[in-house]
Design a binder for this molecule. Structure first.
Ligand code: PMP
Length: 354
């Protein structure tokens, strides 16, 4: 698709990678486009990173029409740059938009905006294995009016953050707390949309879990507080003997792109992966009885991270993840595909033209 994207340049001094934390720094430029009802998406452009001007009535500030995405561009073994599965993020963005009564963004605009912005920011793509340039596309309602209804205007923006590996093999495995006094989402809600409120409402519970010595929350379903759903910004997998199980796409969990990649990788290697409900009591009995061999989390930021303990109803259920774990194997296989050092047999990587 031939999209006329204007580019205005400005350069700043880059931080050293060891000063950088997840999201602490942004690159020099951002991609912007606006939507007006009746006119559609217009004015796609790359310009120096800067602030928005927003009318205090902008609908997003009141009723929360806001969606976002997260994906990474990786330095390749040959010095080039490639994005991991950007078409999947474009499709998920539009699924989130549909749920939140927001306009679809043409996939070609999403991909072309990413390509042009990342090509300009080549120097911001780290070379370290596992580090990446994280792209954060956002869209929000900006019509200045009060009333719970569809906004007539929207802002789309992509920013880029250099990020270190969030989790690496050798880091301590994670401790999760399952609680019955709170829920991330309910059936019929918007748990499968990447919309801001799904995150803001979890902070109080997350702070409680951290104060109790846990790294994150293992969400349970809202109706019965019985079935495990997902963890923070990751999906969850459980390995029993020769079988791997993960909760199904029930409408309540985010359809993770790493989740889908891990399922496809494992199945291509002859592993059995079942997508089915996992009751917390059965999971804890499996941990205590030694049938659960490992639990691991998958996500764009984390890639694959092992779990070493689950807390529930005041009891700790620790276990020792196997040293030659499936989590470590998957981490290595995924990062090798992402950095272009393993064959991309699924066609997941999109090269950024220089
Ligand atoms: N669940 C939630 C709630 C998330 O925010 C994320 C991160 N996007 C995930 C799961 C993992 O999704 P992905 O693998 O696409 O990053």
């Amino acid at each position: 698709m031939n999209i006329d994207i204007q580019i205005a340049e400005a350069r700043r001094i880059q931080p050293a990678m060891d000063e950088v934390q997840f999201g602490s720094h942004v690159s020099d430029h951002m991609f912007l486009a606006e939507y007006e009802a009746g006119r559609g998406w217009h004015s796609p452009r790359v310009q120096p990173y800067g602030q928005f001007q927003l009318d205090p009535r902008a609908l997003v500030l009141h009723y929360g029409q806001s969606v976002f995405e997260g994906l990474k561009a990786y330095r390749q073994a040959d010095g080039g740059i490639a994005l991991f599965r950007p078409e999947s993020n474009a499709a998920r963005l539009n699924a989130s938009c549909q749920r939140m009564a927001m306009p679809a963004l043409p996939g070609a605009l999403f991909i072309e905006g990413l390509k042009r912005l990342i090509a300009l920011e080549d120097a911001w793509v780290p070379a370290t294995q596992g580090a990446a340039l994280y792209a954060r596309p956002i869209m929000f309602a900006c019509e200045p009016v009060l009333g719970v209804r569809r906004s007539a205007s929207y802002q789309f923006c992509i920013m880029l953050c250099p990020v270190p590996p969030y989790f690496q093999p050798g880091d301590p495995p994670l401790k999760l707390l399952a609680r019955e006094d709170c829920a991330r989402t309910a059936q019929g809600g918007c748990g499968d949309a990447k919309t801001s409120a799904n995150y803001g409402q979890t902070i109080v519970a997350l702070e409680g879990a951290r104060a109790a010595g846990y790294d994150n929350l293992l969400w349970l379903d809202a109706a019965e507080h019985r079935y495990i759903e997902e963890v923070g910004i990751t999906n969850v997998f459980v390995r029993y003997g020769d079988k791997v199980v993960t909760p199904p796409l029930s409408g309540r969990i985010l359809p993770g792109i790493t989740r889908d990649s891990v399922i496809r990788l494992l199945r291509s290697q002859g592993e059995q992966v079942d997508e089915r409900e996992i009751a917390i009591e059965a999971l804890l009995a499996g941990i205590d009885g030694g049938q659960v061999l490992e639990i691991f989390l998958t996500g764009t930021a984390t890639i694959v991270a092992p779990v070493k303990e689950i807390g529930f109803r005041g009891r700790r259920h620790p276990f020792v993840p196997a040293p030659d774990s499936m989590a470590t194997r998957l981490y290595r296989q995924l990062t090798a595909i992402q950095h272009g050092t393993a064959v991309d047999e699924f066609g997941w990587m999109l090269r950024i033209p220089a």
